[in-house]
Design a protein around this ligand. Sequence first.
Ligand SMILES: [Zn+2]
Length: 445
Amino acid sequence: MNSFKPLLAALAMAVVSPALAQQAAQQTLFTNVNVFDGVNEKLMENASVLVEGNLIKSVSTVPIPSDGATVIDGGGRTLMPGLIDAHWHTMFNFWPISQVMGANFGALSIAAAKHSGEQLLRGFTTVRDVGGNVFGVKMAIDTGLVDGPRIYPSGPYIGQTSGHGDFRGPNDVPENPDTPLDYTQRIGHTLIADGVPDVIKRTREALRMGASQIKAMAGGGVSSLYDPLDVTEYTFEEAKAIVDVAKTWNTYVAIHANTDAAIRMWGEAGALSVEHGFFIEDETARMMAEKGIWWSMQPMDAHGEDAFQFESPISTEKYEACVAGLEQVIALARKYKVKTAFGTDLLFDPELAAKEGKFLAKLKKWYSPYEALKMATSDNAELLVLSGPRNPYSDGPLGVVKPGAYADLILVDGNPLENLDLVADPGKNFVVIMKDGKIVKNTID
Ligand SMILES: [Zn+2]
């Protein structure tokens, strides 16, 4: 135990260092801005927003005295909450899968940190990371070592043999009892567990690493090799054991699942967030609404320049089948008022990852700009709160512009409630980006 003491002391010193304490008292005043608060469709016009330390102190249409604050004249632009991506993979978005699998973990983490900085400049100030060992990158961001969004980490996926999280080679079965864990498990990207005792243990290990929620593989996947789309992953008893362990930790389980059968079984077992869900049917949508289960959707294109690319034609076929279901599920989610979160799941392709904002703008096909922006801010933030006491960022709410909320803000040149396409080009249209009260971009003269 004693060997941890110097480390803990060093961490405590870092938390209360005088430099940071001084920074916490700093104020920034945005004047002459129209505020989209993340919740209300109507902008608060010609307002001022005062930021103190890392939180919003006041929002007012009556001028706020600037005192010692740094003043940013918004020039009538729109101030809105930083964006949230509810389905992101910090470790897997920027390199092709073969490179990720063969990469040195240190190099992968450094690259992930670099790309997280780029993501922040796209206006995404928070992500829910739904799989991969992201804990080191998160720590580097949270301690100010590098710039990047806030990360709600799931850590290793919990998945079954032959499931969506089984990255072992095709000839690695049957597993010899003495076989060591494969590389993806040893470094904590994924954990393969079968049977109730094993899933309980692996889920607890993910929580021990610091998962704010558990990500479980509940059904067939697009990119994975051994699981056809139609399969349900885990039995009810295993699913319930995973959910129950998350509950004892006062958090929840998000599931990777597409088919109606898998979602129904896991919904009955108590999972609270369905990732993808491209084949949800009527009764299951109703059940999700009744139980308060979220649908975490991704607006993917089946064809064209933004379609995901796969090496295997089998994956391409699965992908197209999934995306074809999107229209129908959006209609069902509307019909039953299923809580809906927005995410991108952009994987293994830096050019695609750079289009994160463009994917948000794709929502205009089905949603009003207001609905889309509310999803990517306050609605997504409501989903994040399901982590309960495991929420890593609990000083104030996220995804809203109001007193006491985290000062994660974007100043948009134009009104995104009238033109959602503005979010597709953050380099041009996001003139100020603030995260945690700190300005990370300011291109106003
Ligand atoms: Zn994913």
